[in-house]
Write a protein that binds this ligand. Structure first.
Ligand SMILES: [Mn+2]
Length: 417
């Protein structure tokens, strides 16, 4: 039997205000073509169909149309990921009706009552698929108390679910005709995260690889970097089909084709995906950007430009050099736009830094937009001292503006007469 495994589409994702709809359209078309060409007997989506619990109607429509295209090839199982809404999955299941070949798994199921699905294949083979969608810790556990105990309680709870599913999966198992598979939307200890900033949260949801059922293939979702599972069980994180955020820079995306016969190890083939724009971080001078412009093409870019002096036209220049690219952000890298780092312990211990000093620390870390930091720092200190002494603050630039206006008003014109 052949299984196509995909995951983590995150329909509706927006990156720095840039919707990813066109990227999804391209890559989903590619996945449909792979399904039609490779003709799997079952298609598994291991969760995070959507990016958030209330996807737009166009995104819901897109999901339904693509799933229907896949259903025309083979039965489809869709797990709820942590980004998906269980109630929306129930609406989809109701709309699909009892004869649909799309199985929406909105919540963990009793192993004896829908937790293990059976799909007949060629030559009397039967594929048994145990399903475990994302389990929110707060739904099932007391989250108060020691975080370490909280984590291990979560992992224990998932482990118990997995053992119960394994028992049902292997009940009356006939190795001459039965094939066992498992699909879950979970973070496994030892997997490589795409984005380091997620690591802290993910730690609390980490579950134990040793607890997952011994199956021919385990189809995992949740982690966006495509990779084989850690440990001994044959399985993969299919990963997201497009680079969803800058934590996924440089990753080649794919879907997984699994060929498996009863009593034999599964053969795994990755089908690389090329649809959708790739992400790119550029850091260099405007000249270096010109040199790289052709290679950047239509990538989604975060651009950092080294300039000797502040330049308020930086954004326009960048966009003119790479007109086909989508520029998400232009960050100036100009030494004059930040203050040198203030050492935090150069004050007297126990004395709070005053406001100008706090502002200088801000300028040291965040810098200014388009102007030199030094005069901004001086002006802030001046304003602050005027406030403290209850003196009016005179902005020098105010004169340069008011003088010509006054002169203009005094000049006799037709309207004034
Ligand atoms: Mn995801």
């Amino acid at each position: 039997m052949r299984v196509l495994h995909t995951s983590d589409w995150h329909l509706g994702r927006v990156l720095h205000k840039e919707p990813r709809a066109q990227d999804h359209d391209e890559v989903l078309e590619e996945i449909i073509t792979i399904a039609r060409t490779d003709k799997p007997h079952l298609i598994v989506h291991s969760g995070d169909l959507f990016d958030h619990a209330t996807p737009s109607h166009p995104d819901q429509k897109k999901a339904l149309l693509v799933l229907q295209e896949l259903e025309a090839v083979a039965p489809v199982v869709v797990l709820r990921g942590n980004h998906d809404s269980a109630s929306l999955f129930r609406v989809f299941a109701t709309a699909a009706g009892p004869r649909s070949r799309i199985h929406y798994i909105d919540s963990p199921r009793d192993p004896k009552n829908g937790g293990v699905l059976r799909f007949p294949g060629p030559d009397d083979t039967v594929l048994r698929l145990a399903v475990l969608p994302f389990v929110h810790a707060n739904r099932h556990l007391d989250m108060l108390g020691d975080p370490d105990r909280w984590r291990s309680a979560y992992a224990d709870r998932i482990g118990a679910m997995e053992r119960a599913l394994a028992d049902e999966l292997l009940r009356d198992f006939d190795p001459r005709r039965d094939i066992a598979m498992f699909t879950a939307h979970l973070h496994l200890n030892g997997a490589n995260l795409s984005s380091e900033r997620k690591a802290h949260i993910a730690d609390y949801y980490a579950t134990d690889i040793a607890q997952i059922p011994a199956v021919s293939y385990a189809a995992f979702g949740h982690i966006h970097k495509p990779q084989p599972l850690p440990g001994k069980v044959t399985g993969h994180y299919a990963g997201s089909p497009i680079q969803l955020d800058f934590g996924e820079l440089g990753e080649t995306k794919s879907v997984v084709l699994v060929d498996v016969e009863p009593g034999r190890p599964a053969e795994i083939t990755l089908r690389e995906l090329s649809g959708g724009r790739r992400l790119r971080c550029f850091h260099g001078t405007l000249d270096e950007l010109r040199t790289e412009a052709a290679a950047i093409g239509r990538d989604l870019c975060q651009v950092t430009i080294r300039t000797p002096a502040p330049d308020s036209t930086l954004s326009e220049q960048v966009r003119a050099i790479i007109p086909d690219a989508t520029v998400l952000q232009v960050i100036p890298d100009c030494p004059g736009q930040t203050l040198p780092i203030v050492t935090p312990d150069d004050g007297v211990a126990g004395i709070e830094p005053d406001m100008p000093e706090l502002f200088d620390r801000y300028l040291a870390s965040d810098g200014t937009k388009d102007v030199l930091a030094e005069p901004v720092s001086r002006m802030f200190a001046d304003i602050w001292s005027c406030l403290e002494d209850e003196r009016p603050f005179l902005v020098p630039e105010e004169d340069t503006l008011t003088q010509p206006i006054d002169a203009d008003l005094r000049r006799p014109t037709e309207e004034n007469l």
